[in-house]
Design a protein around this ligand. Structure first.
Ligand code: CU
Length: 534
C-alpha cells in the first residue's frame, strides 16, 4: 500500500486511521459484513428460536401429560404443533448451520470473508422480521397456521389471516436461505486459497457446497406451493380445490418435492460436522474421504426422487408406491457408506471422549436408529398402518434432534473455544451430554410404542390406554428442555472465560488435521470497507 499523507485538519492522523474505525453497539451488528459477526448473530438467532420452539414443545408435552383437555384449547394446540415444526426447521436448525458455515468456511478455505459480504448481512437481517411475523401470526383473529408445518390445503386455504402472515414469513425465510446458498457456493468455488483444491476441502465445506445446491433446487418449489395457496385464498384460483378442477393432493407432491430434500438440507451439514469431529478425537484422518464426498452427493441426488414416500395413503397406484419405496431404501446405501467410514475412522484410533466427541458419538448411534425406523416407515405396507401416528413423530425426532441438534452441540463445543478464545468447562459439557442423551431417549423412545399402538399425531387428547407412555415421554421432554438452559449457561460461561483456560491455537491436542487450515484472516470491516477480493 502506498504511504498515506498526514492530514493536518484531523490532528495529524493518517487517513486510514479515520476510515478504519470500528463501529460499536447496535451499529456494529446492523452494518457488519464480517463473517464472524454474522455467524455469531445467526447462532444467537438460532438459539432464541430454539427456545421459542422449545417452549411450544413443553406446552404440547404438558397438555399430553394426561388424557383430556387441560391447558390449551384444541385450536391452539394445532397452532402449537404447526409453529413448533416451522420454527425449529426454519428458525432454529437451518440458521444454526448457516451460522457455522459463516464462521468456519472462510477459515477452512483461506478466504478473506464470504464472497458477497453485504448480501451476507442482508440474509441474516431478513430472519428477525420473518420470525416476528411467524410468531405474531398466533395473535391475529383466527390464529396461526393450524395444519401442521406442512401447511396442507384445504385447511390452509380456509384459515384466517394468520395463515397469510405464515406464508409471508416462510417466503422471507426461503429468500434468506437462497441468498445464503448463493454466497456459500460462490465462496467455495471462487475464494479458496491457492492449493486448496476441492478434494482437499474439509468435509464440512463439501457437505455445505452440496447442501447449498439442494437449497437452490428446492426452496423455490416451496415458494411456489405456498404462493398457490395464497392465490387460492385471495385471488380466486383453484389449484388445490377439486370443485374448480384443482387437486389438494397436488399440493402434497409439490410440498414434499421440497420437504424431503429439506431433511437432507438439515442433515448433510450435520454429517459434515461429525466428519470433522470424529477424526479429531480419534487422532486419525477421516477414513474414505473421496467416498464421503460421493456419498454426500448421492444422498442429495436421491433425495430429489423419493418425495411421495410421505404420501403412501393418498391412494396412489401400487406401481408408484413400489417405486417410491425402493428409491427411498436406496438412500440407505450412501448413508451406510458414511456410517461405515465414521466407524472405520475410529477403528484403532487413539480415542478421547471430550464433549464434542460424545455428541458426535451420540449422533452416530441415535441418527442410525432414526435411519432404521426410516426404513420401517419407507415400507409402504407398513406405512399405511403407522402413517400420521406417533411412530413417525418418534422417527423424525431421532433424525432432527439426535441427528441435527446433537451435531450442532458437537460443533459449538468443538469450535466454540476457537470462536471465544476460552475453553468451555469440560465437566459441565459432559453433564450436558449425558443429561441430553438420557432425557432425549426418555422423551422420544416411548413414542415408537405409542405410534405402533395407534396413537395419532397432532391431537391434544387421547384414549386412556396411551396414558403411561405419554407421561414418560412428557417427563423426558421436560428434562430435555431444562438441559438446554444448562447448555446456555455453559456457553455464557465459556464466552466469559469462567474456565480460566485460554484456548490454545489448536484446542484439541493438535489432532484436528484439516480443521483450521489458515490463521484467522478476516480483518474487521463494515459496509464502508467490503473485503477486497482478487
Ligand atoms: Cu422423506
Amino acid at each position: 500500500m502506498a504511504s498515506i499523507p498526514l492530514d493536518p485538519a484531523h490532528g495529524g492522523h493518517a487517513h486510514d486511521d479515520h476510515h478504519d474505525h470500528h463501529p460499536t453497539g447496535l451499529k456494529r451488528w446492523l452494518t457488519t459484513t464480517n463473517h464472524k459477526d454474522i455467524g455469531t448473530m445467526y447462532l444467537w438467532f438460532s438459539f432464541t428460536m430454539f427456545i421459542v420452539g422449545g417452549i411450544m414443545a413443553m406446552i404440547i408435552r404438558a397438555e399430553l401429560f394426561q388424557p383430556g383437555l387441560q391447558i390449551v384449547k384444541p385450536e391452539f394446540f394445532n397452532q402449537l404443533t404447526s409453529l413448533h415444526g416451522l420454527i425449529m426447521v426454519f428458525g432454529a436448525i437451518m440458521p444454526a448451520f448457516v451460522g457455522f458455515a459463516n464462521w468456519m468456511l472462510p477459515l477452512q478455505l483461506g478466504a478473506p470473508d464470504m464472497a458477497f459480504a453485504r448480501m451476507n448481512n442482508w440474509s441474516f437481517w431478513m430472519l428477525p422480521p420473518a420470525a416476528i411475523l411467524l410468531i405474531s401470526s398466533m395473535f391475529v383473529p383466527g390464529g396461526s397456521v393450524a395444519a401442521g408445518w406442512t401447511m396442507y390445503p384445504p385447511l390452509t386455504v380456509q384459515q384466517g389471516y394468520g395463515m397469510d402472515l405464515t406464508i409471508f414469513a416462510v417466503h422471507i425465510l426461503g429468500a434468506s436461505s437462497i441468498m445464503g446458498s448463493i454466497n456459500i457456493i460462490t465462496t467455495i468455488l471462487n475464494l479458496r486459497a491457492p492449493g486448496m483444491t476441492l478434494m482437499k476441502m474439509p468435509m464440512f465445506a463439501w457437505t455445505w457446497l452440496i447442501t447449498a445446491f439442494l437449497l437452490i433446487a428446492t426452496m423455490p418449489v416451496l415458494a411456489g406451493a405456498i404462493t398457490m395457496i395464497l392465490t387460492d385464498r385471495h385471488f380466486g384460483t383453484t389449484f388445490f380445490n377439486a370443485a374448480g378442477g384443482g387437486d389438494p393432493v397436488m399440493y402434497q407432491h409439490i410440498f414434499w418435492f421440497f420437504g424431503h430434500p429439506e431433511v437432507y438440507i438439515i442433515a448433510l451439514p450435520a454429517f459434515g460436522v461429525v466428519s470433522q469431529v470424529i477424526p479429531a478425537f480419534s487422532r486419525k484422518k477421516l477414513f474414505g474421504y473421496p467416498s464421503m464426498v460421493y456419498a454426500t452427493a448421492s444422498i442429495a441426488i436421491l433425495s430429489l426422487i423419493v418425495w411421495a414416500h410421505h404420501m403412501f395413503t393418498v391412494g396412489m397406484p401400487v406401481a408408484g408406491q413400489l417405486y417410491f419405496m425402493f428409491a427411498t431404501m436406496l438412500i440407505a446405501v450412501p448413508t451406510g457408506v458414511k456410517v461405515f467410514n465414521w466407524v472405520a475412522t475410529m477403528w484403532r484410533g487413539s480415542i478421547t471422549l471430550e464433549t464434542p466427541m460424545l455428541f458426535a458419538l451420540g449422533f452416530l448411534f441415535l441418527f442410525t436408529l432414526g435411519g432404521f425406523t426410516g426404513i420401517v416407515v419407507a415400507l409402504s405396507p407398513v406405512d399405511v398402518q403407522i402413517h400420521d401416528t406417533y411412530y413417525v413423530v418418534a422417527h423424525f425426532h431421532y433424525v432432527m434432534v439426535a441427528g441435527a441438534l446433537f451435531s450442532a452441540f458437537a460443533a459449538v463445543y468443538y469450535w466454540g473455544p476457537k470462536w471465544t478464545g476460552w475453553m468451555y468447562e469440560e465437566k459441565l459439557g459432559k453433564i450436558h451430554f449425558w443429561w441430553s442423551l438420557i432425557a432425549f431417549n426418555i422423551a422420544f423412545f416411548p413414542q415408537h410404542f405409542l405410534g405402533l399402538a395407534g396413537m395419532p399425531r397432532r391431537i391434544p387428547d387421547y384414549n386412556q390406554q396411551f396414558t403411561e407412555w405419554n407421561q414418560v415421554s412428557s417427563i423426558g421432554a421436560f428434562l430435555f428442555g431444562t438441559a438446554q438452559i444448562f447448555f446456555l449457561i455453559i456457553v455464557i460461561r465459556m464466552i466469559k472465560g469462567k474456565s480460566g483456560v485460554r484456548a490454545p491455537a489448536k484446542p484439541w491436542d493438535g489432532a484436528e488435521g484439516l480443521e483450521w487450515t489458515v490463521p484467522s484472516p478476516a480483518p474487521y470491516h463494515t459496509f464502508e470497507t467490503p473485503p477486497v477480493v482478487k
